[in-house]
Design a protein around this ligand. Structure first.
Ligand code: 4AD
Ligand code: MG
Length: 468
């Protein structure tokens, strides 16, 4: 009897009277006079399958193992359900226990456990409603991303995770080194020691890091194969204990040749709307749950965004609006300041009420590769800001002029030698090109209404957090 066969999601569409097996994990069991009810879930859909077991049909010593968390298979007949909200239920006459779960110690007992607590049992939390829904939405969003680019002829490329160049220049990189040895200290605890301090002795013969972005490598491909995208993990050692930052997060980075900032913004908007619409279509039950339990305006916002035009503002216009807002912000606003999340949220939530694209930021607060405007003060950058989230996408047109790029690298105190291959793209067959990076987990916060970014990634990495 051990062949799980169909998933629970598929069983609901079967005609009444069908004999079938249903396998999954028990959410709850309720015994009343002459009959027991088991809510069974296998993660395939939001709904649980209700299994009805009449007294005496299954030996009591077997049935009593169907406790919360146990893994079981039921066999029986699909019947019409008298209960509200479910068309069918399974009238079971046989049961196999794959793995029991001792109710005295099973950690996921309580209903309404806090998200903080559930993070500590992240290996089990997807058995519950909220996290099952989160990871189904994550799956559909990932698929929508590939579909969007593949339908438009973009080439999916994989850029290195270990790199020697700092793309964003923010200095928030994790070093990758074999010079760090571990040994047992006198107190018996593990201790680090350096086997050499010379990068030449290290594995790569020079300092190497976990990548903060695949953009520079993606640019090399765009300058040969026109339209490409990456979708992979990126790493930032930002020591911010915030609800919007992770040390390891996933980024989607398209890069297009023969494209300027206008084309970049149009693609970003079309892309976001496409993914939102896909998830609205494919995850209706999950989104309804988020709408009911997590974020009351989720569905109306997502539907509204999928249909509306994003607002466009320059950084300079945005700063003026913020200065005139009369709000008292924690961080001061002035031309040249990096916008903080409170400013971004005021602009999208209070001022505009939908996503905003900000462009033309001061060069001092942006990376070296962005194309300089004629004013020599601002660069062709664009950030997409979303209500509740703030920055969800960061992108730009790239500096394709060799001399301007070299000047910028020097101005910012970077070493030209480190970027020889990047500069070659401007030496040989240079072209206008542009791209952006979408923070995948920020998008998921937007799609689900979840308030903490640690709750939309399977196993979060953050300061002091690397369990699992
Ligand atoms: O704005 P960022 O730093 O842009 C880049 O890395 C460019 N190289 C992208 C490109 O043009 N190809 O990061 C892009 C996005 C941000 O808008 C944000 O959504 C997300 O990545 N992000 C983070 N998400 C979670 N945790 C962090 N620590 C993040 N840092 C950035
Ligand atoms: Mg950014």
């Amino acid at each position: 009897m051990i062949h799980p066969g169909e998933r629970i999601a598929d069983l609901f569409a079967k005609p009444v009277g069908t004999r079938l097996q249903a396998s999954g994990w028990v959410k709850t069991r309720r015994d009343s006079k002459g009959v027991s009810f088991v809510q069974l879930s296998d993660g395939s859909c939001f709904r649980d399958l209700q299994v009805v077991i009449e007294a005496g049909v299954i030996p009591p010593e077997t049935l009593k193992l169907a406790t919360t968390g146990a893994c079981v298979t039921f066999e029986g007949t699909l019947v019409e359900s008298p209960a509200a909200g479910q068309p069918v239920e399974l009238k079971a006459d046989a049961m196999v226990v794959h793995g029991p779960a001792d109710p005295a110690v099973y950690p996921l007992q309580k209903k309404g456990a806090s998200f903080e607590f559930l993070r500590e049992i992240a290996h089990l939390r997807m058995r519950g409603n909220t996290f099952g829904a989160v990871f189904r939405v994550r799956n559909q969003a990932a698929w929508a991303i590939h579909k969007f680019f593949q339908e438009r002829g973009f080439l999916y490329i994989q850029t290195p995770i270990i790199t020697a160049s700092d793309c964003e220049g923010a200095g928030a990189m994790f070093a990758v080194s074999t010079l760090l040895g571990a040994r047992e200290g006198l107190d018996g605890k593990p201790q680090f020691h350096l086997t050499s301090t010379d990068p030449a002795d290290d594995f790569f013969g020079k300092p190497a890091y976990l990548t903060v972005s695949g953009q520079l490598e993606a640019e090399t491909f765009a300058c040969s194969m026109t339209n490409v995208y990456t979708f992979g993990p990126t790493f930032r050692a930002e020591n911010s204990n915030s609800a919007r930052h992770l040390a390891e997060f996933w980024m989607v980075e398209p890069e297009m040749a023969f494209c300027d900032l206008q084309g970049d913004m149009e693609l970003a908007e079309e892309f976001l709307k496409y993914v939102i619409q896909h998830v609205l279509d494919r995850c209706a039950e999950d989104l309804e749950f988020f709408n009911k339990r997590i974020e009351p305006e989720l569905l109306s916002t997502l539907t509204h965004v999928a249909e509306s035009r994003f607002e466009h503002l320059t950084y300079t216009e945005a700063v003026r609006l913020l200065e005139q807002s009369g709000e008292s912000f924690e961080f001061p606003v002035y031309w040249g300041a990096d916008l903080q999340s409170e400013h971004e949220r005021w602009l999208t939530e209070k001022k505009v009420g939908r996503p905003v694209i900000l462009t033309d930021y001061p060069k001092e607060i942006k990376a070296f590769y962005m194309r300089m405007n004629d004013d020599n003060k601002t660069v062709r950058a664009m950030d997409v800001l979303a209500p509740r989230i703030g920055e969800i996408i960061g992108g730009s047109q790239r500096e394709e002029r060799l001399s301007r790029l070299e000047a910028r690298i020097q101005e910012m105190g970077l070493r030209k030698e480190d970027y020889w291959w990047y500069l070659d793209l401007r030496r040989f067959g240079t072209v206008e090109h542009a791209g952006f990076g979408l923070g995948f987990e920020r998008l998921l916060m937007y799609l689900t209404g979840m308030k903490n970014i640690r709750d939309v990634i399977p196993f979060h990495r953050a300061p002091g957090q690397a369990e699992f």
